[in-house]
Ligand binder design. Structure first.
Ligand code: ZN
Ligand code: ZN
Length: 414
């Protein structure tokens, strides 16, 4: 088979990898990179028989509708990924309309894409007409996330998607195949380790309690998928104060609750759903903003969503911002951390509230990446989805692996 790297090459964003067998052309992921405008993978003139999607995040799914310009491929994913990706793509349309920046696809292409989605359970094998087969393995990244194990004419390829092997938050631990001839692996944290999760949780609960005990508000800008539910569960187990959930995280929580077998502790998650209260409208948002409570809200990097309204209202109040995820350079979260004015849409203003960052990553750290590579022990390993792919490839070569950091558009035969 021939693998071509169409995105996420030496960067995070627009993941897309083409796999060509004698009779079939497949696409693993079809993401988007969001800056001031939208960057798609290199899709020109290529037609695909199917797209196999690792998980709902837009850097893996955001360009899927663009495949339907001249093409009508099937799109395979796990069961929870279908409603999650549909929610995120619909939201992209709203944001694009609001910002007046056109998406790389039309409304009707988006509708076509959603109609062509087909779900498979983890470890359920699907076989194409030429004998090429694949299955999804739990990736432990967000609910429904998967690695893709593909086999064609005796050659095995494994693509990790985004993954984490240890149990974190509401996700179940990720799984790996026993072996593969070629491995495409994310390398977001090739040279970084994450802190111990249990210790991190304890520290976060302690710091949150401090602001609550002082009569203040704890504001949690959180990613809608995964982190919101994790924080809901954490502050349901540790009942320090009332918990409110605002923004897209509410809808995601409802979706996730429909797939209990995809969360690590369904009962505990149900408790969190009953304990945390949804913020229903603007009046309620105003009412609770300055209350002595915990507010979990989108967007995780503070680029839009109700979090901006809370920041405005809490300006000179007793409140603290708890960042629980990675803040990409140039986002409002990054601006807050670097004491730069935050973009509120019509104006920018410095936010002087105290803040603290906690590294609750849903990605493998260096140790887990090395563990995965050593365990699968591939003949060729391709490093993607990272800012230091080339350095990581050089590092792996010294450890005896045939490692590559593919450039955009580069192809390899395996
Ligand atoms: Zn992801
Ligand atoms: Zn990703």
């Amino acid at each position: 088979m021939k693998i071509s790297f169409l995105g996420a090459c030496r960067e995070v964003g627009k993941s897309a990898f083409s796999v060509k067998t004698d009779n079939l052309r497949l696409l693993l992921d079809c993401g988007i990179k969001i800056h001031e405008d939208y960057e798609t993978p290199v899709l020109k003139n290529l037609s695909f028989d199917a797209c196999i999607l690792s998980h709902a995040h837009l850097d893996h799914s955001g360009s899927i509708p663009a495949l339907f310009k001249h093409n009508n491929p099937a799109v395979f994913s796990t069961f929870p990924t279908i409603p999650l990706v549909s929610l995120l793509l619909e939201d992209s349309v709203k944001i694009s309309t609001y910002n007046k920046v056109p998406l790389p696809y039309t409304r009707s292409e988006l509708n076509k894409a959603l109609r062509k989605m087909v779900a498979l359970a983890y470890e359920q094998e699907y076989q194409f007409f030429d004998g090429t087969k694949f299955s999804f393995l739990d990736a432990g990244h967000i609910p429904g996330s998967a690695g893709i194990a593909l086999e064609s004419k005796g050659k095995k390829l494994f693509y990790t998607g985004d993954f984490r092997l240890t149990k974190t938050g509401i996700s179940t631990p990720g799984k790996l195949p026993k072996e593969a001839d070629a491995l495409i692996i994310e390398s977001t944290y090739a040279f970084r380790e994450h802190p111990d999760r249990a210790k991190l949780e304890k520290d976060l609960v302690k710091k949150t309690k401090e602001i609550i005990d002082s009569g203040g508000t704890a504001l949690f800008p959180c990613f809608a998928i995964g982190r919101t539910q994790e924080m809901m569960e954490l502050f349901t187990k540790n009942k320090i104060a009332d918990v409110f959930v605002d923004g897209m995280g509410q809808r995601v929580s409802d979706i996730v609750s429909e797939f209990p077998s995809y969360v690590s502790d369904p009962e505990s998650f149900q408790d969190a759903l009953s304990f945390a209260r949804p913020v229903k409208d603007r009046d309620m948002r105003k009412r609770i903003a300055k209350s002595n409570s915990i507010i979990i809200t989108t967007a995780g990097m503070m680029d839009g969503g109700p979090v901006l309204s809370y920041l405005q209202q809490l300006k000179s109040e007793n409140a603290k911002v708890f960042l629980t995820g990675y803040q990409v350079e140039g986002t409002n979260g990054d601006k807050l951390v670097n004491h730069q004015p935050v973009n509120f849409g019509r104006y920018s203003e410095k936010v002087t509230l105290p803040f603290e960052h906690f590294d609750f990553s849903a990605h493998a750290g260096r140790k887990e990446l090395l563990k995965a590579i050593k365990q699968i022990n591939p003949s060729k390993v391709f490093l993607v989805h990272g800012d230091s792919c080339e350095e990581f490839a050089a590092d792996l070569k010294t450890q005896g692996f045939d490692a590559y950091a593919p450039a955009l558009g580069e192809s390899f035969d395996i």
